[in-house]
Design a protein around this ligand. Sequence first.
Ligand code: MG
Length: 203
Amino acid sequence: MKILAIGRNYAEHIEELKNERPSEPVVFLKPDTALLKNNSPFYYPDFSQNIHHEVELVLKISKEGKHIDPKFAHRYFEEVGIGIDFTARDLQDRCKQKGLPWEIAKGFNGSAPVGEFLPKEKLGALDNIDFHLLVDGQVKQKGNTSMMLFPFDYIISYLSQFFTLKKGDLIYTGTPAGVGPVQIGNRLEAFIGDQKLLDFEVK
Ligand code: MG
């Protein structure tokens, strides 16, 4: 399986990192070794002093497809979950300054915790999903899919022009504002609506 991710998909988050607003989705990948399941702890890596949380809705691809028309994209995912796109912001900033790719800042081991998935029928309107992240019980990030620059169907269609999507692939769909550093000992809890789907510690 592969993990595809979209950057800069919520306007307020683009502003907080002083990035440019993209005219097409910003795309990167994480390897399968980035995946962290079953609420396993995240071990803070020693190559970074500034790991940030980015809470994101995650689509699980349910069948193979390429060159998918946006109007059929909804047929390619049945479930939506929530995850964290952990980012080594210090490494990413260094890569960006040099105009280099960011893979080491985004794709390292354990950088993609993902929680339980919900059938999309249970979510109501997909363009109006509330989600949020608690760190040690405090709300750090809150988002709603109505704020996305590129909605789910567009993301699937766009990615499928370049990458054949396969059953079980995951797509991280971008983070809202409020990203920030995590510390050893933090507890992260992520919710879609009022349902907690992810709960783990930083060790
Ligand atoms: Mg992200």
